[in-house]
Design a protein around this ligand. Structure first.
Ligand code: NAD
Ligand code: 6OD
Length: 486
């Protein structure tokens, strides 16, 4: 049984109130272990430790040494790859084929990238003429923001946490991380790594718990937390923004999506089908970038739906640890209830259920897990709730279209704006549509390929700001201009 403690000021500790909650394995419903729940007092201790580290060893450490420690943390993840993999699989139930190729390697890569990139960022400077005929030198210096609160979701726990912790530490900040209550383990393992590599106490802190009236809200409201970086649901983002407003801190928000995929008749058919099977059902549809709305040009609509059905039905349920398992469970029973309620709503809205639409019976211990069938819907109008609301499960609605201008309008007809996937062999059209999409990221004939240095984020209800490469460094540092009369 695992015992996921808080990590504050370089020490693993219980919560000051003694509160704990259970960590459940979503594949089996079994209890993995207990998690210690931080309350406001624990969060305050973590923030004070993070502040002290800023004013102490971390703040005075030369940048090169700081970045060396960050690279050592990346090495630590790689060295303990199997521990991270096992913990992530136990918390999420995700198939090993996905976690071993995406979650853990990208988790290490996030820390490595910012260790490498940050030392190569040039400083801005200008020599200019002054009104008195002289010269002045202006130069900008980057400074850390201070203590950064990092609030993460459960779908890609290590990946999305390191994506924030990497640049925050590289820029000289200290962090207090609040992992999702569903997935406490890899943040705790990273604390062990930080211990092993000699990271100064207080630089990396972990406070487990929930959102409202728990660790999440306490972190957001804390006056000594200089900024919040949050990935999660749009409604949670609204709440965080309201709770953060009295302390006027910068916020970086990566939120929900209802992403379109657009398939033209001239696309490489097999690649478009395989790509859409991935983009709709990977990680059991629990990736913010998943395609929940698929628009297919009418001449290939029926053939495409039939092939997509075949692809969905070929995804094999099974033990997450089995390499041939193609689809894992949802994160929790509660989330399954939500997804299944959308399957029922789809029926009520008049959808045709092409495949899926229920809960599989897998037998033995697996029936206590939160499994759900990958589901394809057709026949709904653009105003149906199942076409407009984020479901965050293995489900997509497929609709035919006739014209390019029509599909652009329909794809953009959403409050969200995270990403879009476009499948066509006409690259000019691909670029034209990429330009017309109201979102932060467009995949052309691909999905979930992204260089970590590129900007990532959404428009509208999908988020505020961009992270990735230099864009992360810009969020996690404050620029100060110094002007010198020469
Ligand atoms: P969630 O918003 O319920 O929770 C995310 C985190 O916020 C958790 O750690 C939670 O404890 C915390 N939290 C909840 N309420 C809070 C509050 N009032 N104050 C402070 N913290 C609070 O999201 P989730 O269910 O964990 O994740 C699924 C959602 O995340 C989906 O909507 C998905 O689209 C989105 N997501 C977006 C991206 C992206 O990059 N755009 C990536 C992954 C997930
Ligand atoms: O490309 C990435 O690494 C990234 N930030 C993915 C986010 C996925 C959201 O669920």
């Amino acid at each position: 049984m695992s015992d996921r403690k808080l990590y504050i000021n370089g020490e693993f500790c219980s919560s000051s109130t003694g509160d704990t909650f259970a960590n459940i394995n979503p594949a089996t419903g079994a209890t993995n272990g207990i998690v210690h729940e931080a309350k406001a007092g624990d969060v305050d201790r973590a923030v004070q430790a993070a502040k002290a580290a800023l004013n102490g060893p971390w703040g005075t450490m030369p940048q090169a040494e700081r970045l060396k420690l960050l690279a050592a943390a990346a090495d630590g993840i790689r060295r303990r790859f199997d521990d991270f993999l096992a913990a992530e699989i136990q918390d999420t139930g995700k198939p090993v084929s996905w976690a071993s190729k995406i979650d853990i390697p990208r988790g290490a890569a996030n820390l490595q990238l910012f260790a490498d990139l940050t030392r190569n960022i040039p400083n801005e400077s200008y020599v200019s003429d002054t009104p008195d005929g002289g010269k002045a030198l202006n130069y900008a210096v980057r400074q850390p923001l201070g203590v950064v609160g990092v609030i993460c979701p459960w779908n890609l726990p290590l990946l999305l946490m390191t994506w924030k912790v990497g640049p925050a530490l590289a820029a000289g900040n200290t962090v207090v991380v609040k992992p999702s209550e569903e997935t406490p383990s890899t943040a705790t393992l990273l604390a062990e790594v930080m211990d092993e590599i000699g990271m100064p106490a207080g630089v990396y802190n972990v406070v487990h718990g929930f959102g409202p009236n728990s660790a999440g809200q306490a972190l957001v409201q804390h006056p000594d937390v200089a900024a919040i970086t949050f990935t999660g649901a749009s409604a949670t983002g609204q709440r965080i923004m309201a709770d953060a407003s009295p302390t006027l801190k910068p916020l970086s928000f990566e939120l929900g999506g209802k992403n379109p995929a657009i398939v033209f008749a001239d696309a490489d058919f097999d690649a478009a089908v395989a790509g859409t099977v991935r983009s709709a059902f990977s990680n059991c549809g629990q990736v913010c970038l998943c395609s929940e709305r698929v628009y297919v040009e009418r001449p290939i609509f029926d053939r495409f739906v039939a092939a997509l059905k075949q692809g969905a039905e070929a995804l094999k349920y099974g033990p997450p640890i089995d390499e041939s398992t193609g689809i894992g469970p949802l994160i929790s029973k509660q989330h399954r209830d939500k997804v299944v309620s959308y399957y029922e709503l789809a029926r009520a809205e008049g959808a045709t259920i092409v495949t899926g639409g229920g809960v599989p019976s897998l037998g033995e211990e697996w029936d206590a897990g939160s499994w759900v069938e990958p589901t394809i819907l057709t026949g709904l109008g653009d105003d149906a709730r199942c076409v407009r609301e984020e479901i965050f499960g293995p489900v997509c609605h497929v609709a035919p279209f006739d014209r390019e201008d029509e599909v652009i309008r329909r794809a953009n007809d959403t409050e969200y704006g995270l990403c879009a996937a476009v499948w066509t062999s006409d690259l000019q059209r691909g670029h034209r549509i990429a330009a017309a999409m109201d979102c932060g990221l467009v995949w052309l004939n691909s999905w979930f390929l992204r260089d970590l240095r590129t900007p990532f984020g959404g428009t509208g209800a999908s988020g505020i700001g961009r992270e990735g490469g230099i864009h992360s460094v810009n969020f996690y540092s404050e620029l100060k201009n110094v002007c010198v009369k020469l």
